[in-house]
Design a protein around this ligand. Sequence first.
Ligand code: 8YV
Length: 311
Amino acid sequence: MKPSLIQLCHLLPETQAALHERYDVTRLELSDDPAAVAGLDAGSIRGVVTGGHLGITNAFADALPALEIVAINGVGFDKVDLPAAKARGVRVSNTPDVLTDDVADLTVGLAIALLRGIVSGDAHVRAGQWPAGERPLATKLSGKRVGIYGLGRIGSAIARRFQSFGCSIAYSGRRPHDVDFQFQESIVALAGDSDILVVAASASPDTHNIVDRAVLEALGPGGVLVNIARGSLVDETALIEALRSGAIAGAALDVFADEPRVPDAFFTLPNTVLTPHIGSATKETRKAMGDLVLANLDAHFAGQPMPTALV
Ligand code: 8YV
């Protein structure tokens, strides 16, 4: 008999097909209401497949007494209570590495789009405004000082890309790494020495709203913020205020505190570039992520070690 799974996130059709071949899959929306699983034989559900941005709540997991594995289709595990999973003997896997390039590529793309006015330039041409006048001059990227908060796998890939633009790299985070980049003890100090502040750390209670008013003031009127990590790392109220007042020059954001809801205030701020959490959203990467989700599930149900286990 195929093991029964609940699928909470969207998957590519080929991943979906492979999942259905091997497992008995029920597609559901994540909910804290135990009624969400009421129509199912909850006691038969042995696995949950979920997105990094979705995770699983303890209430949902608790409604599944036979749960053995939560396979995250993403690198972030901030929406899964790992200690609670461990205490219950539920295993958790994620999909690191395979999405690193895409997230790092997007970071550089966002920085260039913001500094060079690519999005507003595109709108200008499409609106037929070019004959009426030139766009204001933009800001150069090459050679700028880039500060990276969170020099993990993704932060390091971002650093390598900006290095190839002749940018200097500094970083901050939990601890210094064995790298040639300058380590700053605090994110305020990092922001104070950066033209471009990139948020690449994972979300946790320690990093909640870590980019606050003091950090934005340190970044200053010439500085820009790029966030490709999680919206919860940035105090959005302070950011909107800083963008309005000119305390910083601009922000490029792929992630928001309450996705997919984005504060209306961002829509009217011309010094922003906003994307809908597309860091890993390419066909190639989503295929690789799906393959890794399947590999983790298959290993678990075969009694083998999972390739990318968190717990
Ligand atoms: C995706 C992500 O949005 O990897 C993560 O943690 O947030 C993104 O890659 C998501 O996980 C896709 O399901």
